[in-house]
Design a protein around this ligand. Structure first.
Ligand SMILES: Nc1nc2c([nH]c(=O)n2[C@@H]2O[C@H](COP(=O)(O)OP(=O)(O)OP(=O)(O)O)[C@@H](O)[C@H]2O)c(=O)[nH]1
Length: 129
């Protein structure tokens, strides 16, 4: 089974968290789902390098990693995902979507209203708790 290793950013600004929506995908279970921005770890990168690079690529945004949050292991029908997450901050919340189709800045109590990728559900629940 294919293994995918990603890092995702929980970007906070004021009392809100950034949530982004994936575009259409041939895998229906991730198509148009909400997620935390991020991506795959490249060779030689630290987890922090990955998240800074991915957020710049996907959102044209500069962030600072504050602390590691949880790591999730999730078995999707076609691959096994390990997703490391970091709580991050940004000075300027302005962003440009280069890959996603929508974004929302939500308070923790509002996170449960989105249609999340399955692997993100434990992350979202920990943020609410
Ligand atoms: N970045 C990110 N990926 C997630 C999250 N939740 C989740 O299930 N994934 C899955 O993890 C996989 C890897 O993420 P990615 O962003 O690098 O994937 P991708 O397919 O767009 O990358 P690629 O097209 O460059 O290969 C995707 O299948 C994605 O659906 C999340 O919160 N953030």
């Amino acid at each position: 089974m294919k293994k995918v290793n990603v890092v995702a950013a929980i970007i906070r600004h004021d009392d809100k968290i950034l949530c982004v929506q994936r575009g259409e995908n041939k895998l229906s279970y991730i198509s148009k789902k909400y997620e935390f921005p991020g991506g795959k770890i490249e060779e030689g990168e630290t987890l922090e390098d990955t998240i800074i690079r991915e957020i710049k690529e996907e959102l044209e945004m500069d962030i600072k990693t504050e602390k590691p949050f949880i790591t999730v292991n999730h078995q999707y029908p076609d691959f096994h995902l390990t997703m490391h997450t970091f709580i991050c901050s940004c000075e300027d919340p302005t962003l440009t979507l280069t890959e996603h189709i929508n974004y929302k800045w939500l308070k923790p109590s509002e996170l449960k209203d989105l249609d999340w990728a399955a692997a993100d559900i434990p992350i979202m629940e920990n943020l609410i708790a």
